[in-house]
Design a protein around this ligand. Structure first.
Ligand code: ZN
Length: 82
């Protein structure tokens, strides 16, 4: 039997989860809720309507450029600090 181990989540739902974790003062190691960038698989955090890498990754194709800031869309990881 095949099981699903990953799924997509919308940024606003991920952001709500992040806010809930923050409101409950839950201890999340390094603020990483488990969201990952769909391109480079590095941890990301939800920031309202998009995701941002927890640590800048200039090699990721979804990293915003100085000209056009394109936020990461899709599956992401979160921390509780901005
Ligand atoms: Zn990435």
């Amino acid at each position: 039997m095949t099981t699903i181990s990953e799924c997509l989540i919308k940024p606003d739902v991920a952001y709500a989860l992040r806010a809930l974790v923050h409101a409950l003062h839950l201890d999340i190691p390094e603020g990483n809720l488990g969201f990952r960038c769909p391109a480079c698989k590095e941890p990301v955090k939800p920031v309202k309507a998009h995701f941002e890498h927890l640590k800048a990754n200039p090699k990721c194709p979804l990293t915003p450029t100085k000209r056009a800031a394109a936020p990461v869309k899709g599956v992401g990881f979160a921390d509780l600090e901005e």
